[in-house]
Design a protein around this ligand. Structure first.
Ligand code: MG
Length: 177
């Protein structure tokens, strides 16, 4: 199964005080705090390797303000956090462009029960159009103010193992349905 992780606001703390001049600056993405339990869940899933005998592939799918320094900054951050993801499993999307399209262009075959963890409802709504993919909203303490997302959700403040179990459970239940 494939599990996609957004970065800003999902693996890292989203700083809503920072204006565009701050968050689009070179090096900024290196300084972000982690959402500890989500990073923990991501690492557990990378270590888990299989579920019901099926290989688990963890992907990063994250928007970047540039395809040069911002990509390097995000790779640096992942390494700093000990998130050891192969380069071919990193999908970086120019800011404002479609994650759905980026996944398709990366040539990833999405199967029923694959999941995408993201904090932003607009992304989740778009990702729901990929056949078989289950978007899961990551509640990070600052989003979900309108409670507009009706689909699956998981809290960044649950234990890492609880987040892992929830993600895998949502996938298994959807496949059994
Ligand atoms: Mg995000």
């Amino acid at each position: 199964m494939n599990i996609f992780f957004d970065m800003d606001g999902t693996l890292s703390v989203f700083n809503k005080e920072a204006g565009p001049d701050v968050w689009s600056a070179p090096g900024y993405a290196r300084t972000l705090e982690k959402l500890n339990n989500v990073v923990g869940a991501c690492k557990q899933l990378l270590k888990e390797k299989t579920i019901n005998g099926e290989k688990i592939n963890v992907y990063i799918c994250s928007a970047v303000v540039s395809m040069d320094f911002a990509v390097e900054d995000k790779k640096y951050w992942l390494k700093e956090m000990g998130i050891d993801i192969p380069k071919e499993n990193m999908i970086f999307v120019p800011y404002g462009q479609s994650k759905k399209k980026a996944i398709e262009e990366a040539g990833v075959t999405v199967r029923p029960g694959d999941v995408f963890l993201d904090d932003y409802t607009n992304n989740l709504v778009e990702l729901a159009q990929i056949k078989g993919l289950i978007p899961i909203k990551l509640l990070n303490g600052i989003n979900d103010t309108h409670r507009s997302w009706r689909g699956a959700r998981v809290s960044a403040f649950s234990d890492a193992s609880e987040i892992t179990t929830t993600i895998l459970g949502i996938s298994l239940v959807s496949r059994a349905a």
